[in-house]
Design a protein around this ligand. Structure first.
Ligand code: AVI
Length: 309
């Protein structure tokens, strides 16, 4: 954080968004009329879950998910797997132990035939920290990894590629990865999705300052910052920033850092890359996968890619 805030341009890691309040605000974002991402992906999974699971091939399927979150879309795939083979083990990876425990309770109560095995892991730093849990393969196990929700878009491309390669290293021929990716579309639609009329995304973005104030004792005044969503055409991504409305100095005692912000200077808080089919395919190829099948929502705004090892 020290490097991001003292460097130019100034930045903060997007993973700081997800404290309890940030996770609640993100769930609220997924319900916004402007934020089509979650709805478009749910539409695909609702229409094609059986086909997706059939694409995973035969064998005793186990589903793994990176960044399991609230798991509401995943339920559609778990139910399809149960229709096919009677029961399913779902191994959910997430940094938050409490989110995983909550998801286990909720999903096992709602879906008969489901066993949830939480794996606490920050997969963004590689999967070697949970190698012990991943290396053990049940005999006859066929794996399907899920990396849905276009979380892949929140990483710079080299890091995104590394995550896909880490997943590939856990798979053997016949296993698969289901990757959800948000696609390039009209700029105004994208900007509205990241700067909604009700101001929920603005609150989500500014919440990072509240978190730093609470955890590091700083004195960011939220009134003196404005949420900005920008489309970066060259890098094909939406960027979220917090723009300083005046020239100001913020002190962060825990880092012993004074941040001098000029008027209109921004702190870059998130990237959300938007892909073409070709870009997703090329990323997957470079990570050692080939694309077996892909699906889109009716508007062609979101893509779901079944990649095989
Ligand atoms: C989690 N991730 C895929 C979201 C996105 O669309 O990039 C995070 C988000 N940021 C603002 N709105 C939603």
């Amino acid at each position: 954080m020290l490097r991001g805030l003292s460097g130019r341009p100034r930045s903060l890691s997007p993973w700081l968004f997800y404290d309890d309040e940030g996770s609640r605000l993100f769930e609220a974002i997924t319900e916004l009329p402007e934020y089509y991402v979650t709805r478009a992906e749910r539409e695909i999974l609702t229409s094609h879950a059986d086909e997706i699971i059939a694409g995973a091939g035969s064998g005793d399927l186990t589903i793994y998910e990176l960044g399991a979150g609230s798991g509401s879309k995943t339920g559609l795939l778990l139910e399809a797997a149960i229709r096919r083979q009677g029961s399913i083990t779902y191994r959910a990876l997430d940094v938050s132990k409490s989110a995983l425990e909550e998801a286990k309770q909720r999903l096992e109560a709602a879906i008969t035939g489901l066993t949830v095995e939480p794996i606490v892991s920050d997969y963004t730093d590689g999967l070697s920290n949970v190698a012990g849990q991943l290396n053990h393969r049940k005999s006859g196990e066929r794996r399907m990894f899920l990396y849905i929700g276009s979380s892949i878009g929140n990483f710079e491309l080299p890091h995104a590629l590394q995550i896909l390669r880490d997943v590939r290293a856990q798979l053997i021929p016949g296993d698969s990865l289901l990757l959800g990716a948000d696609l390039v579309k009209d700029r105004q639609i994208l900007l509205r999705a990241y700067d909604d009329a009700a101001g929920v995304t603005a609150a989500f973005n500014k919440n990072v300052l509240t978190r730093i104030n609470r955890e590091l004792g700083s004195n960011f005044n939220l009134q003196l910052f404005r949420h900005r969503a920008k489309w970066n055409e060259e890098l094909s991504r939406i960027e979220m920033h917090l723009e300083s409305l005046i020239t100001q100095i913020v002190f962060i005692p825990a880092l012993d850092l004074q941040v001098r912000l000029a008027r209109a200077e921004t702190i870059h808080t998130e990237n959300s890359h938007k892909f073409t089919d070709q870009q997703v395919e090329s990323l997957l190829h470079r990570a050692g996968f080939s694309v077996a099948k892909q699906w889109k929502d009716d508007l062609g705004w979101f893509g779901e890619y079944l990649a095989v090892a």
